[in-house]
Ligand binder design. Structure first.
Ligand SMILES: [Zn+2]
Length: 122
């Protein structure tokens, strides 16, 4: 378990790192392995106001952005939200940045991500 968390790419505060790592412990190994290889978690830092990275830094990884407000919620909510976002990645969902999505597609993706989070956190 300890060696697993070392591989996770997270920029963020101590609390963000702690909660993200704890959430990862709920997933089976094939999911965590995938996340470690393909996802980068971005949160606010304790010791910096800003951070710059470019597409080469990402090397095709997915970014999961977690807001400061999330880390003001209770732990259950934090972990649920992280698991929900992991669900979007694992389920191969797309977002509306380059192409509009129908309400139906958005609702379906949200439902699937909720189901994914519930499955692993309950
Ligand atoms: Zn969602």
């Amino acid at each position: 378990m300890k060696s697993r968390s070392k591989m996770l790419k997270i920029t963020g505060s101590k609390i963000a790192k702690k909660i993200i790592n704890e959430t990862m412990l709920h997933f089976p190994e094939n999911i965590t392995e995938y996340i470690y290889k393909n996802v980068w978690f971005i949160c606010s830092f304790d010791d910096a106001w800003a951070f710059t990275f470019d597409a080469n830094d990402l090397r095709g990884r997915k970014l999961i952005f977690l807001s400061d407000q999330l880390f003001e919620q209770d732990q259950k909510q934090m972990m649920y939200t992280i698991a929900h976002e992991v669900g979007h990645v694992i389920l191969g969902h797309r977002n509306a940045i380059y192409k509009d999505q129908s309400k139906h597609e958005i609702n379906l993706q949200e439902k699937e991500a909720h189901k994914f989070a519930k499955r692993y956190l309950n």
